[in-house]
Structure formats: structure tokens, C-alpha cells
Design a protein around this ligand. Structure first.
Ligand SMILES: C[S@@+](CC[C@H](N)C(=O)[O-])C[C@H]1O[C@@H](n2cnc3c(N)ncnc32)[C@H](O)[C@@H]1O
Length: 303
């Protein structure tokens, strides 16, 4: 499989793919003309996996509230060669810099330019990729004003341009509809055999622990409840969904927030390793929950 996320994204599902695949509806491979919808697409690890693994997916819809990110998807889809040339150019400029100070100064200049929020799609996407590869830990975080504020990452020769991935992703995105905005707008795209995969900003396990700043709008408990109501609408309309979130129950607080909220559905556990944590001691394995509204999973059927 060649297509994979073109950006590093906090909460990326790369290491969870096998477990998520096992938790798809048991008869998923027998469904015909599937519509696959990812309303919080982020880096899109599950999207690229699904499109390359399940040829019964006839239509796919992705959405994210982060317009800079969805512009990247559109540019990769529609103008891969222009993007590759632009990334080659910025990579060349960066590699030519002789000192860390010069690289830092260049990084800050590109970050300021990105934060003008007034760039054409190709330039915006070029800088998005550049900042993603050169900022600290490759994460994306914005402040309350919606400005990207991750500091310089001190990498000398990061891969800024990866043409193989861009062209493979572009090919795969040809049949994907890309939307920008709140996840609720995806409902109207559902019809027939539809699977939604929700991977929202996770509920923090403690006040300080978790990262939730993908967009300037906070994703608080009220937002988690609104999402549960949307899941009910999806269920009532006869569609299938799976949803990831943090596992607040398996913590010392034994917080039943999700156990109560998703009481009417099935809650499974998957193992995740948290790589994006500034404190290396906290980069261990954690459980996450996977909620679904269908009875049998592939895994359950296999045992
Ligand atoms: C946990 S990330 C998704 C991770 C992703 N599935 C991956 O594999 O990388 C959550 C995403 O939800 C987006 N988001 C936050 N609030 C949203 C909303 N109301 N509607 C749609 N997307 C939203 C964020 O911009 C972020 O990209």
C-alpha cells in the first residue's frame, strides 16, 4: 500500500489500523456500493487504509473543520505535480541553509507568512507541509486566534517533499469528496450501505494531559454530547458508525462519561501508543474506546 497520510497529525490512527479493521461490521466485505464517510478526517490514516483495502467502497466523503488541512487534500487531489515542484523548491531552500539560526529564522518567516491567512491554495499547502515537517514534533496546534504556533523543530534535513506519497494519495483521492466545516454536514451524503468513522478530538483524560487544539473551537463535553446525538441520528437513519475516543473509564478516576453516554451502543477497547507527548515517560500504551452501532464485528465473528 503506497497511499498514506501526507501529514503527521496528532491522534493519527496509523498504529491502530489492524484493530480498527477487525472491528468493522462482520459482513462489511459483502456490502455492495459502500459509501464511506470520515467527518473528522485529520491525517486520514483510516481513509487511505479503507480505500486501498475495500474495493466495495464506491464513494467516499471526508470532512474537517480545519480549512488549511482540507485545502491540502484538495491540492493533493487536483494539482499533485504543481505541489511536488513547489515542495521541491522549498526543500532546496531549506537544505541550503548553513546554520541552525538560519533555519530557525527561515522557519519563523514561513510561519508568519502562513499565519497571514491570505495565501493561494498551492502556497498555503506548501507552507502547511513545510511547517508540518520542520516544527517541533511535527504537530499542528493553533492558539485562540487560530494562528499556528508550534515552535521550530531543529531538524536539518527533514523530508519535505515525498512525491511517491503525493502521487499515490492523489490517485486515491480522485473519487473522494472533500468538505470543510462542521461534521454534521456529512449526513446528507449518506445513502444506502454507509459507514461513518468518527475520530473526533479526544476527551482529555485530565485537565493537563491531552492535546485538543486542532482548531480554535474547543471540543468540550458539550461537544462530545452533541456528537452522540448525531450518532443517534445516524443510527435512526439506518446507517452504521464506528467512533474512537479516549478511555476515561480505565483511569484511576473510573470516569463513566462515555459508558453512560454510549450506553445504547457497543463499546470496545483498542490499544494505542501515544507518540505525541512532550514527556517521553508518558509515551506508553493506553487504551482507547471504539463505539459501534452494529451487532457483530469481524473480530467477534472470527472467534
Ligand atoms: C483526532 S483528529 C482526527 C485524527 C485522524 N482521524 C487521523 O487519523 O489522523 C480530530 C479532527 O477533528 C477536527 N475537528 C474538530 N472539530 C470539528 C468539527 N466540529 N467538525 C469537523 N471536524 C472537526 C480537527 O480539525 C481534527 O483534524
Amino acid at each position: 500500500m503506497k497511499a498514506k497520510p501526507f501529514v503527521k497529525w496528532v491522534g493519527g490512527k496509523g498504529q491502530l489500523i489492524d484493530q480498527l479493521e477487525a472491528l468493522l461490521p462482520a459482513d462489511f466485505d459483502q456490502w455492495e456500493n459502500v459509501t464511506y464517510i470520515e467527518p473528522f478526517v485529520g491525517g486520514g490514516a483510516m481513509l487511505f487504509h479503507m480505500l486501498q483495502t475495500h474495493s466495495n467502497i464506491k464513494s467516499a466523503i471526508i470532512n474537517d473543520i480545519n480549512a488549511d488541512l482540507t485545502t491540502c487534500y484538495t491540492v493533493v487531489k487536483e494539482q499533485p505535480s504543481v505541489l511536488v515542484e513547489s515542495l521541491k523548491q522549498i526543500q532546496k531552500e531549506y537544505y541550503a541553509l548553513q546554520s541552525e539560526d538560519a533555519r530557525r529564522e527561515f522557519f519563523m518567516r514561513m510561519r508568519d507568512e502562513f499565519n497571514t491567512k491570505a495565501l493561494a491554495p498551492i502556497r498555503n499547502t506548501t507552507l502547511f507541509f513545510f511547517l508540518n515537517r520542520t516544527c517541533f514534533n511535527g504537530l499542528y496546534r493553533v492558539n485562540k486566534a487560530g494562528l499556528f504556533n508550534v515552535p521550530f523543530g531543529r531538524y536539518e534535513t527533514p523530508t519535505i517533499c515525498d512525491p511517491v506519497t503525493i502521487y499515490a494519495d492523489s490517485e486515491l483521492l480522485q473519487n473522494v469528496e472533500i468538505l470543510t466545516g462542521d461534521y454534521q454536514q456529512t449526513l446528507e451524503y449518506a445513502s444506502g450501505n454507509t459507514l461513518f468513522y468518527f475520530d473526533p478530538p479526544y476527551r482529555p483524560l485530565s485537565n493537563t494531559s491531552s492535546f485538543n487544539d486542532y482548531a480554535k473551537e474547543a471540543f468540550n463535553d458539550l461537544a462530545q454530547k452533541r456528537l452522540k446525538n448525531f450518532c443517534d441520528t445516524v443510527e435512526d437513519a439506518g446507517f452504521n458508525f464506528m467512533l474512537s475516543n479516549s478511555d476515561c473509564f480505565n483511569t484511576p478516576l473510573k470516569d463513566r462519561f462515555f459508558e453512560d453516554l454510549y450506553l445504547a451502543y457497543k463499546i470496545e477497547r483498542v490499544w494505542a501508543s501515544r507518540s505525541v507527548n512532550a514527556n517521553p515517560n508518558k509515551r506508553g500504551k493506553l487504551q482507547e474506546i471504539l463505539v459501534h452501532n452494529y451487532e457483530n464485528t469481524k473480530l467477534k465473528q472470527a472467534v
